[in-house]
Write a protein of this length. Structure first.
Length: 89
């Protein structure tokens, strides 16, 4: 049930598009890939062989990765697909 000038199912399409966008964002940030480094990219300490085998493409040692994971991640902003402000611009 849509209201105003929107066609039936428009709200569900907006929700599904938002979910698809978030899934795509998560897939692109999935994690390390490629060849692992022998030394940490930030502190130059050696990365243990077990870590390099467990996580292919790892670039950081455990300490640097833990520090990076603790930092706040800025989010992409507001979903404006269904807002009237986006239609006015």
């Amino acid at each position: 049930m849509a209201g105003g000038w929107a066609r039936d199912g428009a709200v569900n399409e907006q929700i599904e598009a938002s979910i698809a966008d978030e899934l795509q964002r998560m897939r692109t940030r999935r994690g390390p890939h490629g060849e692992s480094l022998a030394r940490c990219a930030e502190c130059e300490e050696p990365i243990p062989e077990a870590r390099r085998r467990a996580i292919p493409g790892v670039k950081l040692c455990v300490d640097c990765q833990a520090e990076r994971d603790a930092r706040p991640v800025p989010r992409g902003g507001v979903n404006r697909r269904g807002s009237k402000d986006s239609q006015l611009k």
